[in-house]
Design a protein around this ligand. Structure first.
Ligand code: 28G
Length: 652
């Protein structure tokens, strides 16, 4: 009835006894929550910090559902000392009366019956919901060491308590109140999770996003785990998605002052905000039921089609695009755009590798026709804005044409030289890309050491030298023609931009090896910016790594040399083996190491430290690269001052 029950062989006897004593429903409840504890990953993705954060999102999603139903205006989230989470809303309060099916209170049912939220039928006032469709409460309860739920409604205060999903105190009235709302406190179970140490910044970013997505909703968050350093934030955006786009563009030069805002209720409610900037990047974020659809889908498709059609139609009819010219292509029209597309879909189908691609095919047409209509009205009413955007699109189209020629030139040149590989590349002999790695090394001397020190069977070396192009300030045509980036593109072998094809990469690991100094950090950031803007799947797929050369060598007569990768490691080592007679060599650059040392410390898979570059948060990454590499100087200075620690960790 509630859950699919997999009875294990030989347990029938036991089950009968239990059924007699507790009733079949209660056993199913326990079995259900036991299943969650057995395979937590099936319900929350993982038991890493991501899964831990998921618990909070599940509970907060229930508040947001109550806000979407029109009854909750304020959500208050606290991370208390000891990693206790407290979430409070001012909604109607979970109903407290006995539930006819389970014969226990509705509130307890919601917290103990798996999938309960989805089974209550249509009169709940909920149109749509995010997350696990509001069914997450019992999952959180199952994975919490303890949970305490306090409800205010019907003139009373009611409370219930659980341990690892089992009721220890059923719902009872503990006082009077004329307010309404729900408050949940829980401690995640250390038997389940690898860590209980919530990352405040990650949670704060998600709550900001939630507040943007639900216009008018106020979300407060406070982290008081360290009484010396209490962090807090409050998010409340009357502008909804327009505020979101303004936030995303805060460090960019805008082509028009206010974001364009489109909203339509109906079978599939759609909300869109967009604004053009002077940058060359396309930044479109899409959401379905407040879930970030990283892989896009039908809503994104409809939006893109409408943009292309509306701008081409307007450009032609107003003679900005001349009769003889070709139509602008989609990518020309999306250059410099920042947009957020949010739709609410009753029964969303999620597809794709990470189940973040909307599949419902009717959504394409719904989004497309409403954007067509609203955007053409906007352009007619704002001819100056229309002209500014179209002029940029036209120059994007010219640059695309130039890039195509540059690309063909590169191809032809390569065909003439009868090899597609750059001359400086010392390739490896192994042909299976999965086992191969390429070290991109700054400087010819370090490149020389790396070539001698490597294992040539599977390690290739590509030395780079001279000044690297800042891709944040250039278009694709310049990038194809750039003599520093061309070798990187050819060595990786999978093209760039919209043509990038991950299945063609020539190396499973692309490793950036740069000095541990300011110049090294600079070239690393330039290369990472390039990969992020032009080969993003390479980062998403986990193929980009940073080599970690040692900072110090400690030597002592009669002992093996010891390499240290951080100041801390050196201090600890000195404390353990004693300082007497130890000579300390500080490495300033890779070039100071001979080939054997470079192999042993930085390249030997048995002993080296590699840092995998991850793309956890595309919004944050865009901000970092815009600010660090872009034109505007004052936000850069401010950012570096405020985030000195974070920028240092940008590489990690
Ligand atoms: C503070 C942390 C998490 C919630 C509500 C409000 C209602 C509710 C929640 O109903 C299922 C389905 C329909 C009755 C609904 C109250 C209708 C009328 C609610 C939360 C049972 C649960 N009055 N607020 N669930 N309904 N906040 N915050 O969980 O039949 S969950």
């Amino acid at each position: 009835m509630w859950i699919i029950l997999l009875k294990k062989k030989g347990r029938e006897d036991l089950m009968e006894k239990f059924e007699h004593e507790y009733g079949a429903d209660q056993i199913q409840v326990l079995e259900g929550l036991e299943a969650v504890r057995k395979r937590p990953g099936m319900y929350i993705g993982s038991v890493s910090i991501r899964g831990l954060h998921h618990l909070v999102y599940e509970i907060v999603d229930n508040c947001v559902d109550e806000a979407l139903a029109g009854y909750c205006t304020h959500i208050n989230i606290k991370i208390e000392p000891g990693n206790i989470i407290s979430v409070e809303d001012d909604g109607r309060g979970i109903p407290v009366e006995i539930h006819p099916k389970t014969k226990i209170s509705t509130a307890e049912t919601v917290y103990t019956v798996l999938h309960a939220g989805g089974k209550f039928g249509g009169d709940s006032g909920y149109k749509v919901s995010g997350g696990l469709h509001g069914v997450g409460a019992s999952v959180v309860n199952a994975l919490a060491e303890w949970t305490e739920v306090t409800i205010q409604r019907d003139g009373g205060i009611f409370q219930m308590k659980f341990k690892r999903g089992k009721t220890v105190e059923p719902l009872k009235r503990i006082g009077d109140s004329d307010k309404t709302g729900t408050k949940v406190r829980f401690l995640a179970d250390s038997q389940i999770f690898e860590t209980l140490d919530y990352d405040y910044t990650v949670l704060e970013n998600r709550f900001r996003e939630m507040a943007f997505l639900t216009k008018g909703l106020k979300i407060s968050v406070e982290d008081s785990r360290d009484p010396e350093n209490i962090k807090s934030a409050e998010f409340h955006f009357e502008g909804g998605l327009s505020s979101f786009v303004e936030y995303l563009n805060k460090n960019k030069e805008k082509l028009h002052e206010k974001p364009i805002y489109i909203e339509k209720d109906g079978e599939v409610p759609v909300e869109i905000a967009l604004q053009y900037t002077a940058s060359y990047n396309e930044n479109i974020y899409t959401f379905v039921n407040n879930i970030n659809t990283v892989e896009g889908g039908t809503h994104l498709e409809g939006f893109k089609r409408a943009l292309t059609k509306t701008f081409n139609d307007y450009g032609k009819s107003h003679n900005i695009i001349k009769e003889k010219d070709n139509n602008l292509q989609g990518e020309d029209i999306r250059e410099g755009i920042t947009a957020v597309v949010s739709v609410k879909v009753k029964e969303p189908q999620f597809e794709g590798q990470t189940k973040t691609k909307l599949g419902n095919s009717n959504v394409t047409g719904i989004v497309q026709s409403m954007v067509n209509e609203a955007l053409s009205i906007f352009l007619e009413e704002n001819p100056a804005v229309a002209k500014a955007i179209l002029e940029k699109c036209i120059s994007a189209s010219r640059a695309r044409e130039a890039a195509r020629k540059a690309r063909e030139l590169v191809r032809r040149k390569n065909a003439l030289e009868s090899t597609t590989l750059p001359g400086k590349l010392a390739d490896c002999s192994e042909k299976n890309a999965e086992n191969c790695e390429v070290y991109i090394v700054e400087g010819d001397s370090a490149g020389g050491s790396a070539k001698q020190g490597r294992d040539r069977r599977f390690q290739a070396i590509l030395p780079l030298w001279g000044k690297m192009l800042n891709v944040e300030k250039s278009r694709a045509d310049k990038i194809y023609n750039n003599d520093k980036l061309q070798p990187v593109i050819l060595a990786v072998g999978a093209g760039i931009g919209s043509e990038f094809d991950i299945s063609k990469i020539r190396y499973g690991k692309v490793i950036i090896m740069a000095d541990a100094d300011v110049d090294g950090a600079h070239i690393r950031t330039l290369l990472l910016t390039f990969f992020f803007r032009y080969m993003r799947p390479l980062i998403e797929n986990g193929n980009v790594y940073l080599a970690q050369p040692p900072l110090y060598k400690l030597s002592k007569r009669g002992m093996k040399d010891k390499y240290c990768y951080t100041d801390e490691e050196m201090e600890n080592t000195l404390a353990e083996i004693g300082r007497d007679g130890v000579s300390i060599q500080r490495y300033k650059g890779l070039g100071e190491m001979n080939p054997e040392q470079l192999w042993e410390t930085t390249m030997n898979p048995e002993t080296r430290i590699l840092i995998k570059v991850k793309l956890e948060d595309a919004i944050k990454a865009d901000e970092i690269f815009t600010v660090l590499m872009g034109d505007e100087i004052s936000p850069r200075r401010k950012f570096i001052e405020e985030n000195a620690k974070y920028v240092k960790n940008l590489d990690i």
